[in-house]
Design a protein around this ligand. Sequence first.
Ligand SMILES: [Zn+2]
Length: 56
Amino acid sequence: MINRNEQCKACEGVGMLADDEGWQYRCPICGGEGTLPDEGSTAKVMSVDENNRLLD
Ligand SMILES: [Zn+2]
């Protein structure tokens, strides 16, 4: 099965990056997770905000 979370493009899902000298460090884009956070939760909050505006 493929992970539904979007793979981090910076580290290609590894969670680690390496500089030219081979030093490895945690990927700052995904925080070492290797995947990008799901955007579904934030979209849900925005739809609630729209409903509140309609009621006003
Ligand atoms: Zn990453």
